[in-house]
Design a protein around this ligand. Structure first.
Ligand code: FE
Ligand code: FE
Ligand code: ZN
Length: 294
């Protein structure tokens, strides 16, 4: 059944020559009514000035296509690690990058930025959570925007923090600006972290509501996982090709408690092809096509 309150899309690129206009066109080509993008390369903080990114042209097309801009998402670059006090230079660079990315996000007219909570690098989760909360205090005190940060739930590889709902709650509680924080729930990550959504999706959603509150949920990343529950690996898989499976991910996208929340695919390319058009179509309609990648 089609539901017009389903907002579903994928991450998209942003490259020369069309930049943001190209991002919007890419999203529309998949049949998306939302999307997520990086304001530059995900792996570094080198950034082109906003004036070169065809933002007005992109926003014009967004409007014409009837896309609700409040459902769009920016993802912060991976190099940020604000969960470790021990390297002062990296900690400071991370705070500065958070501030400049918040401002860039606002410059696109987008209101939500996903951030990986980072790694405590052996200092312990409690120290990592405190470091991140302090970094966010510093950033929110001076960025001058009202962009919200959605802390992404992590799979628990290495020394990541934010792998349990309690840890994510603790980050929000220790920050002086909790109204500017929300959560990004990644289906691959929470399964890898040990939450048994395969057998008890409703129970896990209820737990999230109890520990953090569903009002804090700003984004869902819809990914299948190459690994079983609790594996702590973080390897995304195409919809229906992993341990989570199509039926479960369909139920996530259409879950009555998650209606209205942007659903973003970050599944891998196969044969150098983006899978998103097919995946979005199947997740909207509920009609799974066996071996759709072939
Ligand atoms: Fe992410
Ligand atoms: Fe994710
Ligand atoms: Zn991931």
């Amino acid at each position: 059944m089609e539901n017009k309150d389903i907002y579903i899309g994928s991450h998209v690129g942003m490259g020369a020559p069309e930049f943001y206009l190209g991002s919007v066109k890419e999203a529309l080509s998949y049949g998306s009514n939302t999307f997520m993008f990086y304001t530059g390369a995900p792996q570094n903080s080198f950034r082109k000035p906003l004036s070169e990114l065809k933002i007005q042209e992109g926003r014009k097309l967004i409007k014409e296509a009837g896309i609700d801009e409040s459902k769009l998402i920016v993802h912060a670059p991976y190099i940020i690690n604000a969960a470790n006090f021990s390297r002062e230079d990296l900690y400071e660079m991370s705070i500065n990058t958070i501030v400049s990315e918040l401002r860039r996000t606002a410059g696109f007219g987008v209101g939500i930025m996903v951030l990986h909570p980072g790694s405590h690098v052996g200092m312990g989760a409690e120290s990592g959570i405190l470091a991140l909360a302090k970094a966010l205090d510093t950033a929110f005190a001076c960025d001058g925007t009202n962009v919200k940060i959605a802390i992404e739930t992590m799979a628990g590889k290495g020394h990541e923090i934010g792998i349990t709902f309690e840890q994510v709650r603790s980050i929000i509680d220790q920050c002086k600006y909790p109204e500017r924080l929300g959560v990004c729930l990644d289906t691959c990550h929470i399964s890898d972290a040990g939450y048994d959504i395969i057998n008890d999706l409703d129970g896990v959603i209820e737990k999230f509501d109890k520990v953090i509150g569903l009002d804090k949920l700003l984004v869902v990343h819809v990914n299948d996982s190459k690994n079983p529950t609790g594996a702590h690996k973080d390897r995304h898989e195409n919809i229906g090709y992993g341990y989570l499976g199509f039926d479960l991910l369909y139920r996530v996208v259409h879950h009555p408690k998650l209606i209205g929340i942007p659903m973003i695919l970050e599944t891998p390319y196969y044969n150098e092809k983006a899978p998103y058009k097919q995946e979005i179509e199947m997740l909207r309609s509920g009609k799974y096509v066996d071996n759709w990648r072939n």
